[in-house]
Design a protein around this ligand. Structure first.
Ligand SMILES: Nc1ncnc2c1ncn2[C@@H]1O[C@H](COP(=O)(O)OP(=O)(O)OP(=O)(O)O)[C@@H](O)[C@H]1O
Ligand SMILES: [Mg+2]
Length: 295
């Protein structure tokens, strides 16, 4: 049986129970999405849990997750539906000689000959799903325009068939890394959630959740160091994903403290640009060395 949350706290608890620790606004917006039936646009830097939120919602709501991964050049045939040409061809061949063109045409443009792609799958599903439209900013504006019809009316127009109405309404989550500004029209139809790097305590909880065996003092120091690294002017600041990777790395290496040497040895898990490595080694590495010396 699918879950229907009764309050924001419900959603917060539900997401936690499936391993996602939501901030306040995340829980609120997720709750509203399930109640108002509006899509959620989640924006924020890489690795802060945008995609994971949709996955966690699906788990918690006990709905199937239908995912559309966006990329440059994504078109309707890959996102909405395609005609199954091979099947149509077979049908044409199988039609008795002498069948009129009209009869054949009526025949081969039926739903039976459609190949549903994620967007159509999502609204045609008998049970409501969670629809993840991941990295929408990678597509072009024409694609966005097509999405608008779907997101506002929950229907798809197939020229040969007419309108296909949604059987069920998905909870839709759109994510964006902000690589281009999305249109106002799209934003207007969505609830908006800005996901940023979490504060220290929140991130510590997330790290502990993903690497529970890591000693708490090490986990805390890790989180503090990551926060220091984020303060620097880097090409690519470390995300939650990197904090988690680092925690697992330290666990594997059996580290009991993050001293200067451990840091230098493992910092490439959280910093992934040549120039960033130099900056971080100089600033954070040196600070750790001084702390080691003082201890
Ligand atoms: N609030 C959270 N609770 C639990 N785990 C989290 C949370 N936020 C992020 N994570 C973890 O961080 C990792 C990265 O999350 P995710 O892949 O969703 O990032 P993203 O924002 O979609 O990044 P990108 O923009 O690169 O696609 C995942 O392993 C996820 O489990
Ligand atoms: Mg993602």
């Amino acid at each position: 049986m699918a879950n229907t949350p009764a309050s924001v706290e419900d959603v917060a608890g539900g997401l936690q129970s499936v391993g996602y620790l939501p901030g306040e606004s995340t829980a609120l917006v997720s709750y509203l999405a399930t109640k108002l039936g509006k899509p959620v646009l989640v924006e924020g830097p890489a690795g802060v849990g945008k995609t994971e939120l949709a996955k966690a919602l699906a788990k918690y709501l006990q709905r199937r997750l239908v995912r559309l991964q966006c990329y440059e050049g994504l078109d309707e045939a890959k996102a909405l539906y395609e005609w199954n040409y091979r099947k149509q061809l077979l049908r044409i061949q199988a039609e008795a000689e002498g069948t009129g063109w009209q009869a054949v045409q009526d025949d081969i443009f039926g739903e039976e000959f459609l190949l549903a792609r994620p967007l159509m799958t999502a609204i045609a599903a008998a049970e409501p799903v969670v629809l993840l439209i991941d990295e929408i900013d990678k597509t072009d504006q024409e694609f966005e325009a097509m999405l608008l019809e779907l997101l506002s009316d929950f229907q798809i127009s197939v020229p040969e068939l007419g309108r296909i109405e949604a059987r069920t309404r998905p909870v839709a989550v759109l994510t964006s890394n902000n690589s281009r500004e999305l249109t106002e029209a799209l934003k207007r139809r969505c609830l908006y959630l800005w996901l940023d790097y979490p504060d220290l305590e929140h991130e510590l909880q997330i790290v502990r959740l993903h690497a529970p065996e890591l000693d708490e003092t090490v986990a805390r120091k890790l989180t503090e160091v990551v926060h220091q690294v984020r303060e620097l002017d880097l090409k690519k600041p470390p995300s939650i994903a990197e904090s988690i990777d680092w925690a697992r790395t330290l666990l594997l290496l059996g580290a009991t403290d993050i001293d200067h040497d451990t840091f230098i040895e493992t910092m490439s898990v959280i910093v992934k640009h040549r120039t960033d490595l130099d900056t971080v080694a100089a600033r954070v590495g040196v600070a750790l060395q001084q702390a080691d010396a003082a201890a």
